[in-house]
Design a protein around this ligand. Structure first.
Ligand SMILES: Cc1ncc(COP(=O)(O)O)c(C=O)c1O
Length: 512
């Protein structure tokens, strides 16, 4: 065994120390923003296991059950489960609880990667319903209730429908009507409300999933409400889903030694929201609205406020996030994100070619938003000074620019499903250069990150169109998430596990 040098180094610790030592305006997750939203009395001695009197997350009968019941009461659920492995674990548990091998789940085509994982883990078969694409704003809108109705009427024997509400960009679907349609056919609705727990406390422009009648709702409490990263809640209501099965699978997706500090942070945040949630979130929505108004006054910038949900229906972008379009300042979203971070110490949640996204959260203060608007004003002024034609003219075009064209293709490509995601991943295949994989079947999900919505999922045929799309994304400098990057003399190439219909070699056991 070789002993590595530099054993005194702690790369993660050093990076974090370095990270917090710099100037840092946090407009990204988690919701506490590095401020103590919860309590000053955190104590390392809280890091214990299931000792006498401390209950057991996997069979709660005492204090944990009581804390979960208080949360259910606050959010309006029949029953709530605490999760210490994120919404990812809740989504996978919910899917495994409703569908087994080969059974159908209808999923929003823009769902998060955790839904793809849920298909692989459960063996369920996906039928994707793709959200309407708003061409003017170049964002994915919502799923049409009529389309869902059509599919269910045709006799699709779906075990559940799973939807994202709201999306990363703050768009959503007409959930109330989607739930009505699904319930008319006796089909339960699972909602990935990772970004939407705050809707319980203020008008965020997106109605809370539980109030729309969704059966299973999973919220990343950590993303917005201020609990520790990895903490989420899974809410349940109604009779369409076997709740004991959900609890069973939720247990399977989490450690048998769940962290008490994480559970305590959920308990704290629930109590805080019960006491101050309305006042807090009305203040944050108001602050974010005022910031949006201010940004719109700065030459060269504008914020996305509404979008076409589907067929002429306009809806509001979720109000606690700022989707900043810097095109008229002659910048792409990623360029703006870099300038803000490098020159002003302002860290956004994410950016792509067209937009830069800032998130508020429980820890957001007026100074964060003022820092953002001052920086945008300074960027606008300096760009006009150096190039008087700028800030008011150029930049990536939402309709015709390369970024827009690629984004549209990413959201509207419709691969053919050949086999279940699980069968593809567990099948016999090989690591394959994506450029030459035409005709094979993907055994992994591939997405452009951000925003991380897959354009190819396990079990789908890799068509010539997909190969071209992947090549164009690589040429445009996008990072392909889910594929293995290999450097060659001709530049980076991406390999993914892929399989043929039946036969060939095992996926993940690369023969290259
Ligand atoms: C839409 C969506 N769903 C689910 C998740 C997973 O949430 P978590 O990080 O709590 O596991 C994310 C994470 O970013 C997300 O954006």
């Amino acid at each position: 065994m070789t002993v590595r040098e530099n054993q005194s180094r702690m790369p993660v610790v050093e990076a974090l120390e370095n990270f917090i030592s710099g100037e840092h305006v946090p407009l990204h997750m988690p919701g506490h923003k590095g401020r103590n939203v919860m309590t000053d009395s955190w104590d390392l001695r809280w890091d214990v296991t299931e000792l006498e009197g401390l209950d057991d997350l996997h069979m709660p009968e005492g204090i944990i059950l009581e804390a979960e019941e208080l949360a259910a009461d606050l959010f309006g659920a029949d029953e709530t489960l605490f999760l210490v492995n994120g919404t990812t674990s809740g989504i996978m548990a919910a899917m495994a609880a409703v569908a087994g091998d080969g059974e159908l789940i209808i999923a929003a085509g823009d769902c998060h990667e955790s839904v793809t994982r849920g298909f692989v883990m459960s063996g369920a078969m996906p039928l994707y319903l793709f959200p309407h694409f708003d061409v003017d704003n170049c964002v994915a809108g919502g799923i049409s209730p009529d389309e869902l109705e059509g599919i269910l009427k045709m006799g699709a024997e779906a075990r559940a429908v799973i939807l994202t509400h709201p999306s990363y960009f703050g768009t959503s679907s007409d959930l109330l009507n989607l739930v009505r349609v699904a319930h008319r056919h006796g089909v339960p609705v699972i909602v990935d409300e990772a970004h939407g727990a705050q809707a319980t406390f203020a008008d965020t422009g997106v109605s809370p999933a539980l109030s729309c009648g969704a059966d299973l709702v999973i919220q990343s409490t950590h993303k917005m409400l201020g609990s520790m990263t990895q903490t989420s809640m899974l809410h349940m209501q109604g009779q369409l889903v076997d709740r004991r099965r959900v609890r069973y699978f939720a247990g399977m997706m989490q450690s048998t030694s769940p962290s008490y500090p994480l559970m305590a942070s959920l308990d704290f945040v629930r109590a805080k929201m019960a006491a101050e949630g309305r006042e807090m979130w009305n203040r944050i929505v108001d602050l974010t609205e005022k910031t949006r108004d201010r940004i719109d006054e700065i030459r060269g910038f504008r914020c996305l406020r509404t979008y076409e949900q589907y067929d002429g229906v306009t809806a509001e972008i979720e109000k606690t996030r700022l989707i900043i379009d810097p095109a008229e300042c002659g910048l792409s979203g990623t360029e703006l994100e870099e300038i803000l971070r490098r020159d002003f110490g302002i860290w956004l949640e994410f950016a792509d070619q067209l937009y830069a996204v800032a998130l508020s959260g429980a820890g957001t203060v007026q100074e964060d938003m003022s820092a953002l608007t001052s920086a945008l004003q300074a960027i606008s002024d300096s760009r006009r000074k150096h190039d008087p034609g700028n800030a008011g003219s150029t930049g990536p075009d939402r309709k015709t620019g390369t970024g827009a064209a690629l984004r549209k293709r990413l959201y509207t490509v419709r691969p053919e499903r050949v086999m279940s995601p699980r069968k593809a991943v567990m099948g016999r295949g090989t690591m394959t250069d994506l450029r030459y994989a035409e005709g094979m079947i993907a055994a992994a999900a591939v997405s452009v990150y951000p925003p991380g919505i897959p354009f190819l999922r396990p079990g789908e045929r890799i068509t010539a169109e997909i190969c071209r799309l992947a090549a164009d994304c690589i040429d445009a400098g996008y990072h392909l998430h889910g594929a293995e990057r290999r450097e060659t003399a001709g530049g980076a190439v991406y390999y993914i596990p892929a399989t043929m219909e039946d036969g060939h070699r095992a996926a993940f056991s690369s023969i290259i």
